[in-house]
Design a protein around this ligand. Sequence first.
Ligand code: ZN
Length: 74
Amino acid sequence: MVGTGMAKIIKVQCTGPGQHENEINLDDIIGSDVVIYGGPIATGRDLPARVVRRCDICDQGKVIITREMIEENL
Ligand SMILES: [Zn+2]
């Protein structure tokens, strides 16, 4: 488990035509149930380079969270 109990939420727009704003819980990202592209980067912390999730609202959109976005919000 990651974190101290305080959920970190970041808002990311999906890539679909609706550009829906998804609230992403970083605990979910760093935890399981994610698709990882590029493999983990050795930072001492086990952060994925890039995480892609389905949009919560539409079927076409993807929500892409980069490692930079994760690190900025840790
Ligand atoms: Zn969407």
